[in-house]
Write a protein that binds this ligand. Structure first.
Ligand code: DX5
Ligand code: ZN
Length: 218
């Protein structure tokens, strides 16, 4: 299995001190900074765009993982690549039949790419793009907000995706996002996830370093 990576979602950080928050969470052991980009249309919330990503880039040497929860994501991939994203993930639900081409377009920008599926989208929806992906992101909440409750029905889907990845023979990370905490992190790892997003679980702690370590070792 690929290396476990802990990916704090800055959605739960204090945006008024975002540079410091990103710097400190990197010092505290984050492997990946998970960037939740929301447009108020694909999801019912609005966060930030490429300028914000560009401005925080110099505060961290961790991997910048841009999770685009926006419609027509292909219009913005170049801007996020230029802003310093190391990997860009796009939703199957936003791309549909354009998913494969969008993934190829991301790769052509020299950035890693990934496909995302919502809790109610079956693994089969992305079977034809596994080979294009550096990462597959499975949502364990409906996207839009941090601090929601983990949907355990996603566990068999992680296993299904892990089998698809194994069959493809490619090295593809499996990322899980939404409601991850110390109670459920071992179960998502056992099912095959290796990139663990955690927003509120990490940022609501005073000792974030200890929490990142606990999530890593659980
Ligand atoms: C939800 C976002 C998640 C969210 C995770 O739309 O994609 O990344 O910030 O936050 P927690 O870990 O609090 O569920
Ligand atoms: Zn996310």
């Amino acid at each position: 299995m690929n290396k476990i990576q802990i990916a704090p979602s800055i959605l739960s950080a204090d945006f008024s001190r975002i540079g410091e928050e990103v710097k400190n969470i990197t010092r505290d052991g984050a492997d990946v900074i998970h960037l939740d980009v929301m447009d108020g249309t694909f999801v019912k919330n609005i966060t930030f765009g490429p300028k914000f990503v560009k401005d925080i880039r110099s505060y961290s040497s961790a991997i910048f993982d841009a999770h685009l929860m926006i419609i027509n994501p292909w219009k913005y991939i170049e801007n996020f690549a230029k802003a310093g994203a190391d990997i860009i993930t796009v939703h199957y639900e936003a791309c549909q039949e354009k998913l494969k081409q969008t993934l190829k377009d991301i790769k052509s920008l020299n950035v890693k790419c990934g496909a995302v599926i919502n809790p109610d989208t079956p693994a089969s929806a992305i079977e034809n793009v596994v080979e294009e992906c550096d990462m597959i992101l499975l949502m364990s909440v409906f996207p839009g907000f941090g601090g929601q409750k983990f949907i355990p029905e996603v566990l068999p889907k992680i296993e299904e995706i892990a089998k698809m990845v194994q069959k493809s023979g490619k090295n593809v990370d499996i990322e899980i996002d939404g409601g991850i905490n110390l109670e459920n992190v071992a179960s998502v790892k056992n099912a095959g996830a290796n990139v663990i997003v955690a927003g509120s679980t990490v940022f609501n702690e005073i000792d974030r370093k200890a929490m990142i370590e606990k999530l890593r070792n659980a």
